[in-house]
Structures are given as C-alpha cells and as structure tokens.
Design a binder for this molecule. Structure first.
Ligand code: HEC
Length: 162
C-alpha cells in the first residue's frame, strides 16, 4: 500500500516538473548586432482602434539576419538559423513630424525547426527597453498563437519592402 502511494506521489512530482519545463521561456538569445542587419520594413501604429495598438503602439522597424534575407524576399519559408527582430520604439509628435522615441521592447523570432518544434519551428522571445531581460513568461505561446494565423506563410506576417 505504502509503495503504491509513494509511486503515485512520485508521478505527481514528475508530472509537475515536466509541466513547468513546458512553461519555461523559449531560449532565444539576445540578437547582438541586429542594428547592422538588413532592414525589412517599418510601420507606425498610432490609432488606439488598431487591433495591435496594445502593446505594439509606436514605430517599429523589422530586421533580418543575412541567413534569412533571401527567403524573406521570396516570401518564405525561412531556413534554420534565421533571426527576425521587431524593434519597437515610442513615437512622439514634434512640430507635425512623428519622431522616434525610447525603445519599448524588441521581439525576436529565431528559426530552429528541431528545438522549437512545438511553436512552428520558431522560438519567440522579447527583451524590454534597452536591456537583455526577457519578459516572455509562457515560452512564447502567446506570440505563437497570434502568428499561427500566418501558418501558410511560415508564421511570418510582414513582407520585405523592396
Ligand atoms: C495579436 C497578434 C500578435 C501577437 C500576440 C504577436 N505578434 Fe508579432 N507580429 C504581428 C503582426 C501583425 C506583425 C507584422 C507587423 C508588420 O507588418 O510590420 C508581427 C511581426 C512580428 C515580427 C516580424 C516578423 C513577422 O512575422 O512579420 C516578429 C519578430 C514578431 N512579430 C515577434 C513577436 C513576438 C516575440 C511576440 C510575443 C512577445 C509577438 N510577435 C506577438 C502580430 C502579433
């Protein structure tokens, strides 16, 4: 009897350990040097009525590393090793011009079809302001759930602007 109890307790412990592993954040490294990467496109979101206003309001620029550039130009799919950065800045109005302000965060997608199998082959992560501190707590599931709408485009929304 005791043995049965022990085994069932052990399986509860193992189960919760594997659950917390599943919730661990995606291990996407901070994309050092991305400001020198090819620029894909930019967008200004300034109207609170826009569906992405919260939390993406502001001016964002998208960059891709050299590895992913050709596929982006063709419209995907991206090879393993591709890293895409969504660089979001505050937008302030100055004498009729929209001017870049402080950085809000950077969003990162990194392609590794084995490591990130559960989220379409992409690791999702985000780093606040000018720091290397990730604030994504759900392993990128929230990001993935929205990017899932682009499944037939390899989960990428934006198009390379020639
Ligand atoms: C509610 C939907 C939504 C959520 C949630 C979301 N994104 Fe996106 N994401 C978009 C859209 C739409 C674009 C395209 C923006 C453009 O065209 O400039 C985009 C673009 C991107 C890009 C550039 C590549 C691409 O797909 O165009 C990256 C990188 C990115 N997001 C990362 C993230 C990360 C990391 C998270 C989670 C922290 C996240 N996103 C959450 C909708 C979303």
């Amino acid at each position: 009897m005791k043995k049965v109890l022990f085994i069932s307790l052990l399986s509860v412990v193992l189960l919760s350990a594997s659950l917390s592993l599943a919730q661990e954040k995606a291990k996407v490294a901070y994309p050092v040097g991305y400001r020198d990467w090819p620029h894909v496109k930019s967008m200004l979101i300034h109207d609170p009525k826009h569906p992405l206003y919260n939390p993406f309001s502001g001016l964002h620029h998208i960059y891709v590393n050299k590895k992913g550039l050709e596929a982006y130009k063709k419209g995907g799919p991206s090879p393993d090793g591709t890293i895409i950065v969504f660089d979001l800045l505050e937008a302030t109005v100055d004498q009729g011009a929209y001017v870049e302000g402080a950085r809000k965060f950077i969003g990162v997608m990194q392609k590794d079809s084995k490591k990130f199998k559960e989220t379409g082959g992409w690791g999702f992560d985000a780093f606040e302001k000018d720091t290397k501190n990730s604030f994504v707590k759900d392993g990128g599931k929230g990001c993935y759930n929205c990017h899932l709408g682009q499944k037939d485009k390899d989960y990428v929304f934006s198009k390379y602007r020639p």
